[in-house]
Write a new protein. Structure first.
Length: 524
């Protein structure tokens, strides 16, 4: 039985604006406005050079965005405020498909919004709304004609910002925009400015070309269903520099020329045991750049275009092949990590091997690189072997190189403070090594009292060592910097944080100094 009781009004409340902005902050919201301007420019035929100028006024706490993308015709003006409305056609390769994107972006940033626009040389239109309008159930909004602005221009003025904007965020924002819109900046150099600063492109194609392990470029069309396909370019390879801090390696995905994911190291793309492996410095040469082009609804992005949508059909169709490619280069990186300086980094020039793919399927040959055989020698055995003969004639050096072995072992332990422990060992061992050098290598006899007086003051120790041995110019400032870090750990109420990068720099420095002082060998 089915009896009609009534008809329900399903018109959404305007509070929908406030309920859908939780995943927006300054960066994602500004990107949404830039996306909108780029799409408008493409929609209007790219008839002139595109300029998007963003002004962040930290004193007045206002945001001002001006673009010359073509302006908004009067018939389309409701698109600015109507949730779900978009003029993008299903067939367009746009980056602004989501109808509420730019709308929720301005609401996410501001409690008071003014948008002025002039399409071609027509009259200039203005709409203005705020949180009071959002609270009012009436959807009507006033449209004004105002004094003319430049033709084809849109101006967005935002004040009463929801969050404070600060100048300290500016360089980070410039870097993000330079990476996100690199493809558009490359085509047109002066497309984007922030507070008068021209934003330059940041790309990630910096490859090494070791023989048999050159980067590969896979290109073709991926069929999604009977009516739709996505064009893809996938470039995979080993980079010119490892990243012990765990940063710029992994997956980079562009959708319709817009960067969606940067240095992504997700479980879904092989960064797990048994495949590429857990994120680790040994696989930090691995980089895979994915460029997809097609209808906006076929792009595997989330609604704010800030992450990969791993549930999207396009991602799922590519995932099997990406897993193989990522795992292949990660294993190559790891198996050559014993000596990248010889096996990888010298090969700065070469060609990217192209692998055209007509039909991507389970039988497709990806021509993966051969995994180099890794000879398994424990670090402890190598260092002992390297210095066995020297330690027989100079027994005081054994504790010096064994401290380096200990630090290498500590790095493998699953403990939170390994860097702090390692820095304390490094600096203490260096200080002891200075004393051993003065007593055993300087060819000068130090009385017990004189040696004790020198060793009481670290500056005196440094000055005394410099009488006998010449290090590289930047050695001593670094030694002092890390000695001060050690002192902070020992004496300050709040201990300093020791990063992976700091620890690597200090370990490399100490190994260099031990080599100069005692001729120790830390090559593996």
């Amino acid at each position: 039985m089915k009896n009609q009781l009534s008809e329900i009004d399903a018109t959404p409340s305007k509070r929908i604006y406030l309920s859908i902005i939780s995943d927006y902050h300054l960066t994602t919201a500004l990107c949404e406005l830039i996306d909108n301007a780029i799409d408008s420019w493409i929609y209007n035929g790219r008839k002139s050079s595109l300029n998007i100028n963003i002004t962040l006024d930290y004193q007045q706490q206002t945001i001002y965005v001006v673009d010359n993308s073509g302006g908004i015709p009067e018939k389309d003006i409701k698109l600015i405020i109507s949730p779900g409305e978009s003029r993008n056609e299903d067939s367009s390769n746009s980056i602004g498909l989501f109808g509420v994107g730019s709308k929720r972006a301005v609401v996410a940033l501001s409690q008071h919004i003014k948008i002025s626009s002039r399409h071609k040389s027509n009259k200039t239109l203005l709409i203005e709304f705020d949180d009071n309008w959002i609270s009012d159930p009436n959807w009507n909004i006033l449209l004004y004609e105002i004094d003319d602005i430049c033709p084809n221009t849109t101006i967005i003025e935002l004040d009463k910002l929801r969050d404070v904007i600060v100048s300290e965020d500016e360089n980070r924002l410039i870097s993000h925009l330079g990476a996100t819109y690199a493809s558009f900046i490359e085509d047109q150099k002066d497309i984007l400015t922030l507070n008068g600063k021209l934003i330059n492109k940041i790309d990630f194609e910096s490859w090494s070309y070791p023989p048999s392990f050159e980067p590969k470029k896979y290109n073709g069309a991926l069929k999604i269903n009977d009516d739709n396909s996505v064009d893809f370019d996938i470039i995979a390879g080993l980079t010119q520099q490892g990243d012990p801090s765990g940063g710029e390696y992994g997956i980079y995905m562009y959708c319709n020329d817009r960067l969606i994911a940067r240095a992504y190291k997700g479980y879904e793309l092989g960064f797990r045991a048994g495949m590429a492996g857990q994120p680790h410095p040994s696989i930090s040469l691995t980089r895979v750049i994915i460029k997809l082009k097609g209808k906006a609804q076929l792009m595997p992005w989330n609604s704010s275009k800030s992450e990969i949508n791993i549930k999207h059909p396009t991602f799922k169709a590519l995932q099997e092949y990406l897993l193989k490619i990522v795992t292949n280069y990660a294993r190559a990186s790891k198996n050559m990590s014993d000596d990248w300086n010889i096996k990888v980094f010298p090969y700065k020039k070469g060609i990217i091997r192209e692998v055209p793919i007509e039909n991507l399927n389970s039988n497709t040959n990806l021509y993966l690189v051969p995994i180099p055989r890794k000879i398994s020698h424990k670090y402890i055995d190598i260092i002992k072997s390297n210095n066995k003969q020297l330690s027989n004639s100079k027994p005081w050096v054994k504790g010096t190189y064994e401290a380096i072995i200990a630090i290498d072992e500590i790095s493998k332990l699953k403990i939170e403070q390994s860097n702090r422990i390692s820095l304390l060992i490094l600096d203490s061992t260096l200080e002891i090594a200075f004393k051993d050098y003065l007593v055993n290598e300087s060819n000068v006899t130090y009385s017990a009292s004189r040696l004790e007086a020198i060793m009481k003051n670290r500056t005196d120790v440094h000055n005394e060592i410099q009488k006998y041995i010449q290090f590289k110019k930047d050695t001593w400032p670094k030694v002092i910097y890390f000695y001060n870090l050690r002192c902070e750990l020992v004496h300050k109420r709040i201990a300093a944080t020791i990063s992976n990068e700091d620890l690597k720099i200090y370990r490399d420095l100490v190994e260099y100094m031990f080599k100069k002082m005692f001729n120790l060998n830390f090559n593996i």
